[in-house]
Design a protein around this ligand. Structure first.
Ligand code: SF4
Length: 420
């Protein structure tokens, strides 16, 4: 942490507008459908959308998948077919085959947006004749979006159907899809801290949604949930400002912010988190020799870039050169921006060619980037880390701090081995 770090509001941000190289929001289905086993995701899109999903979720091929694509054919695009009728037929067939589906997300795509198919209206229509199923709609399109926005859109679509909490019911909601193991660890952590009424959005069942109201305080577990946060605030919930729970100190500050909001004494908090925090610190110590002093460049991709760069700089001594992020939510990232080293460039938006020029000029020890950029950079002798892997892997919290460091250490080790 640099004492000279400018306040979040003052830090200059380089804005980039140009060619983009990202996955679309449909990608989120890969981790969301694992998190919500009683939900089904029906993409209304093209064969390209179906291929993207199948290849992104290739490992699921042997399981009964909980997602599918209703293909919009050329005659649909030409306006020759009644798309509402076709969608009704597809949904009926799906529900006959899969009567266990409790919530069905209709997921929009570029083609459905281009032809202005109103999936929100379709969800209301389908729900009116099938009351046993909850229909929700959101967009996973790649038009001007990046892949983590799919989760934001999905969770925001759930907010209006969250039950209303009693006005005086104080509760904490952790917002952002977390692997079940991490959810369990956080539930135990908050119980030890002394916060009882804790729920997760999304939880493991879309039938069991957390109530929300003016007594609800929410803590973001992911930095890419701007629309969801806004929807929660419209329901009266109040955000607890905090850094994100990456690493020993990030997790301590995140949990500490919740403790302060619930009037827990500092001493009680410290005592509750001390064993896990110490374990995390020890796990990180093992990685410091390999990572300290190494330079890292983040290409804009997952929207996790700012908190991860803070983690690498402040907890492992790495030196971020540039932190690119597709979108920068200044309010949600204020605590993180304040903890970044003063000298680092933060850029928002994408202009892939200019950013690649800067990577080549800087030749960082590690470049965190999208899949499509990793191979060409590796071919140029640069070590890379796929940013999407950081969204798929359990990386939050004290117990995962060492695993998170390992994700950055591994490509450097591999490069060293290749050099020998
Ligand atoms: S939603 Fe758009 S970007 Fe995503 S796979 Fe379909 S066509 Fe491609």
């Amino acid at each position: 942490m640099s004492a000279a770090a400018p306040a979040a509001a003052e830090r200059p941000i380089l804005r980039e507008r140009g060619q983009r190289e990202v996955f679309c929001g449909l990608t989120g289905i890969v981790w969301l459908h694992r998190k919500m086993p009683d939900a089904f995701f029906l993409v209304v899109g093209s064969r390209t959308c179906a291929h993207l999903l199948q290849s992104a979720a290739g490992v699921m091929i042997f399981a009964e998948p909980r997602f599918a694509t209703a293909i919009i054919e050329e005659r649909d695009l030409a306006g020759m077919a009644d798309l509402d009728e076709e969608l009704d037929r597809t949904v009926s067939r799906l529900l006959e085959r899969r009567p266990e589906i409790a919530t069905l997300f209709l997921v929009g795509s570029c083609p459905s947006e281009v032809i202005k198919l109103d999936l929100a209206r379709a969800a209301v229509r389908l729900g009116s004749t099938r009351p046993q199923v909850r229909f929700l709609a959101y967009s996973g399109s790649g038009i001007e979006t990046t892949f983590t926005e799919g989760e934001d859109a999905c969770l925001a679509a759930m907010v209006p159907v969250l039950p209303q909490a009693a006005p005086d019911a104080a509760s904490l909601v952790i917002v952002g899809a977390l692997p079940d193991i991490v959810e369990d660890q956080f539930a135990r952590l908050f119980a030890e801290i002394g916060i009882d009424n804790v729920a997760f959005l999304p939880g493991r069942s879309v039938r069991d949604l957390p109530p929300v109201g003016p007594g609800t305080r929410y803590l973001l577990a992911q930095p890419f949930l701007g629309t969801t946060a806004q929807a929660l605030e419209e329901r009266g919930a109040v955000r607890i400002p905090a850094p994100f729970p990456f690493g020993a100190e990030g997790t301590a500050a995140w949990a500490g912010a919740a403790a302060a909001a619930f009037g827990i004494e500092e001493l009680a908090l410290r005592r509750a988190i001390a064993p896990a925090r110490e374990r995390a610190k020890r796990a990180l110590e093992r990685y410091r020799p390999a990572l300290a002093g190494k330079t890292v460049f983040f290409m804009p991709d997952s929207q996790l870039e700012v908190p991860l760069a803070r983690f690498l700089a402040s907890e492992l001594g790495m030196v971020p050169i540039e932190i690119g992020t597709p979108f920068l939510h200044r309010a949600h990232l204020a605590e993180e921006l304040a903890l970044l080293p003063a000298a680092v460039t933060v850029s928002e938006g994408q202009d892939v060619e200019r950013q690649l020029d800067r990577v080549r000029a800087a030749r960082p020890d590690l470049t965190v980037c999208g899949l499509g950029l990793a191979n060409p950079l590796e071919a140029e002798g640069l070590a890379t880390k796929w940013s999407i892997e950081l969204v798929f892997s359990p990386i939050h919290g004290f117990e995962q701090a060492g695993d998170l460091a390992e994700l950055f250490a591994r490509p450097l080790r591999r490069r060293d081995v290749l050099r020998v």
